[in-house]
Design a protein around this ligand. Structure first.
Ligand code: BG6
Length: 516
């Protein structure tokens, strides 16, 4: 933490947040859904982290809106209780040994709770006084069924109207529609009451340092640039595997499935960052344009290139995981997939003939989000390993979680009179290089939204292009109504996913011997 800032403040609020070089502009964050999990678990811890590092301005306010009847003090106390709970759980997403009383007071003194319905114009009207003459970001931490109505209400009472020097923005999280048609309708709806530049479509994967670093890795190092090409790369794998089952989210998940839940959003964001051409700058439009080119280049995915699986009862470590169909909120004959693997081809000069294999699922043997860039074999194999195998081709493994960092696998001569080679690994680990900082993954997203920097957020056409790419698979699955292939919880997924790669003479990187 840098040294505390002691600004003279016109208000009676404490002003002890430490100074950052570029704090966000003055303004109010209005959270719709202030009583919910997203607010408690992610948004407020992220605000606390931002306050700790001085990225919030002195004239910052948070207004929490929810139906629940409670006072500001009660709301603030419940937020604090959740933060405190994190200090007792080393495995929590946000872990810190101690909450700084001074910083918490700084933040808490800027918070107000309003009990009201976010779809009642009459009640929402009363927020006008809270944000009169101020910049404001409205964060929709509410169930998606309320998205359209709440935004219409905000617009109706004039809360989204910008004036010279005053911004009004909307942050909205996935699920952004459930297919191409619904995403298109939601976009049209939002754009009928506000400008594209006011909308910040959040994909929480882009809040992860390791995901943001993909741009830096690719475009601040000349090293990778010439190799990042069909001439040198055999194929790329993107994995987002979870040991978690659907836990308490059965009803949501059964109507969603692994493909909708993870692919056109999180996995495609990774795909875009890995496959995109260098943007002309890091500003929002060049980055979004470069991503759009990737989405537009995805060749329609045929059902033969899409695997679906569903977990049955099994064991993960010392935990017994019940079959998906026995989870609360899930139909006993559900055919919803809890796992999907896809082969994706991009019709571009850079990537023609280089398949991208994507897989994601729940109830698997390990929780790991990872990219494997598998390079081609050398034109001629001069060397062998000790057991007579040809030299393995180089591999670059980028770990998004849990072991954040990257491994470059290459060959070296094993010391000794014989000329044998062995694979060695050059390793980068975030913690070793940068130390460990509490980071919930929403800090940068909130800060950028307040700053008006939209590079990490999706444009309407990005969202629709991603849905367009998976639409043929969704339609084919809805039509054939085939049950997914079963896999045992705690395993590496269905056999069909292995066959998808075996067909091309390839195999997935290991899942279950990666460090947890
Ligand atoms: C969410 C999905 O968007 O992302 C969840 O709805 C999934 O099903 C989660 O578990 C994964 O995110 P993370 O950050 O835990 O990898």
């Amino acid at each position: 933490m840098t040294s505390p800032r002691h600004n003279a403040s016109a208000s009676a609020q404490p002003s002890v947040a430490p100074a950052a070089r570029h704090p966000a502009p003055d303004g109010t964050l209005v959270i719709l859904g202030a009583g919910g999990d997203l607010t408690h678990r992610l948004l407020v811890p992220a605000l606390y982290d931002l306050a700790c590092s001085g990225f919030l301005p002195d004239d910052f306010k948070v207004v929490g809106v929810s139906l629940e009847k409670q006072t500001t003090e009660e709301w603030v106390a419940s937020l604090r209780a959740r933060l405190d709970a994190f200090t007792r759980d080393k495995h929590a997403e946000f872990y810190t040994t101690k909450i700084s009383e001074e910083t918490w007071q700084w933040l808490a003194s800027r918070m107000t709770y309003r009990s009201m319905s976010f779809v009642s114009a009459e009640e929402m009207q009363t927020l006008t006084a809270d944000i009169a003459g101020r910049n404001a970001v409205f964060y929709l931490a509410i169930p998606p069924r309320f998205f359209e109505e709440s935004v219409v209400t905000l617009a109706k009472v004039g809360l989204l109207t910008e004036k010279p020097g005053i911004f009004r923005r909307l942050a909205i999280e996935k699920p952004f529609g459930t297919d191409l048609e619904t995403a298109g309708k939601l976009n049209a709806h939002l754009l009928s009451v506000m400008k594209e530049s006011q909308i910040y479509r959040v994909d929480h994967f882009l809040g992860k340092e390791t995901v943001q670093n993909l741009l830096a890795l690719r475009f601040s190092n000349l090293l990778f640039q010439p190799l990042w090409h069909r001439d040198y790369i055999d194929h790329i794998q993107i994995t987002a595997a979870e040991t978690l089952s659907v836990e308490g989210r059965g009803a949501f998940y059964d109507a969603t499935g692994a493909l909708r839940d993870m692919v056109p959003n999180h996995l495609f964001q990774i795909l875009a960052l890995v496959a995109m051409e260098p943007p002309t700058s890091l500003k929002a439009e060049p980055v979004r344009n470069a991503k759009q080119q990737v989405f537009d280049a995805i060749r329609p995915i045929t059902p033969e290139n899409a695997v679906r699986g569903q977990y049955i009862k099994g064991r993960s470590g010392d935990r017994i995981i019940q079959a998906y169909r026995e989870s609360m909120g899930v139909a006993p004959d559900s055919i919803t997939e809890t796992y999907t693997a896809l082969k994706i081809e991009l019709d571009t000069w850079r990537w023609a003939g280089v398949p991208f294999y994507l897989r994601t699922g729940k109830g698997l043997s390990n929780s790991v989000t990872q990219i494997i860039v598998q390079f081609k074999q050398t034109p001629l194999s001069l060397f062998h390993t000790e057991d007579g195998q040809p030299q393995p081709p180089n591999r670059f493994v980028y770990n998004i979680r849990p072991d954040k960092g990257a491994d470059l696998h290459f060959n070296a001569k094993k010391p000794g009179p014989e000329t044998n080679i062995s694979e060695v690994v050059a390793q980068f680990r975030y913690e070793k290089s940068f130390g460990s900082l509490p980071n919930i993954g929403y800090e940068t997203l909130l800060y950028d939204c307040l700053q008006g920097s939209a590079s990490l957020f999706q444009r309407a056409d990005n969202i629709e292009a991603a849905w367009r790419a998976v639409d043929p698979v969704l339609k084919a699955w809805a039509k054939d109504k085939k049950p997914p292939e079963f896999y045992t919880a705690g395993s590496n997924g269905p056999a069909g996913a292995d066959e998808l790669l075996a067909r091309d003479g390839r195999s997935w990187g290991p899942l279950n011997n990666i460090k947890k």
